[in-house]
Write a protein that binds this ligand. Sequence first.
Ligand SMILES: NC(=O)c1ccc[n+]([C@@H]2O[C@H](COP(=O)([O-])OP(=O)(O)OC[C@H]3O[C@@H](n4cnc5c(N)ncnc54)[C@H](O)[C@@H]3O)[C@@H](O)[C@H]2O)c1
Length: 318
Amino acid sequence: MFFGPQGDTRWNQGRLEKTLPRFRHHEADIRDRGGIEALVKEIKPTLIVHTAAQPSHDRAAAIPFDDFDTNAVGTLNLLEAARRHCTESPFVHMSTNKVYGDAPNRIQLKELPKRWDYDDPQYEHGIAETFTIDQSKHSLFGASKLASDILVQEYGRYFNMPTCCLRGGCLTGPHHSGVELHGFLSYLVKCNVEGLEYKVYGYKGKQVRDNIHSEDVAAFMFEFSQNPRCGEVYNLGGGKDNSCSILEAFEMVEACTGRPQKYTYVDQNRIGDHICYYSDLRKMKTHYPKWSITRALPQVVAEIVGSWKQRMAAAVQS
Ligand SMILES: NC(=O)c1ccc[n+]([C@@H]2O[C@H](COP(=O)([O-])OP(=O)(O)OC[C@H]3O[C@@H](n4cnc5c(N)ncnc54)[C@H](O)[C@@H]3O)[C@@H](O)[C@H]2O)c1
């Protein structure tokens, strides 16, 4: 919706309609308060998973009102509709690790040959939910998502609703519509498969992200829905084991496709971009012991490669 045809998610809607007989799509704009309330009143969902968003850090500065209306006000519209019409239904909100702003960049780091890593034993397992959300640079996207994150927590605490915020690292998978501004691993693979140049912005290409397959994301949402808590917050990513730098991602993708990654280096990092971020998954695992990461990073990469190849072949045929 915000990224033109390349970031369009309609193809995925079509895929779901074809493959899941009980899937129903309702065309709705999260900013339409009356429309959202009417829809929730009509359906009374037994579970709400809220993923509608303007999801790009960089894009937000160009469209501040659209960004805030979608991310913050849209979330309030959905929360209030849920409170009025299905207050007992678990409400899972896709938040983001950008709620921590660029504060993770203040952690002592060490430079390794191909990646940055934390050089502070406190962060040996990654960043936990207790990390500060205050007094750092968030980008307007981070600010609008933080507003929605606090609202979701508040509906849990104030109204005792079963809500949670999942502060995502890099969520991806074969059906992701990665574009340059959002969806790094999916976009990086697309560039490799299509022979396009990938632009690396700063930090020597050693910036680290943790990547999680969408099915592991969905599995956690399922566990939460089965045994919900009120106003919870979880850092949901691939964790240390599924983390990689851009340089390491190039190698993994090249190993999978046999094609060298074309790239250029821009000596200026994205504003507020994390140098090294991976999620501490221990709180999730403690609260929901049945949940764990089931897709290791090389497998995630292989699935994304397979999907882009298929999409390319389909585009050639049509
Ligand atoms: N993919 C990631 O790495 C990542 C990381 C952290 C958090 N998240 C969060 O996960 C959620 C989903 O992100 P994604 O990567 O799937 O992005 P995406 O762009 O693929 O999906 C966002 C969806 O929101 C829909 N949308 C946008 N504006 C809308 C509106 N006004 N009304 C209704 N729908 C609207 C879009 O059509 C799109 O289908 C977002 O909340 C994002 O902030 C994603």
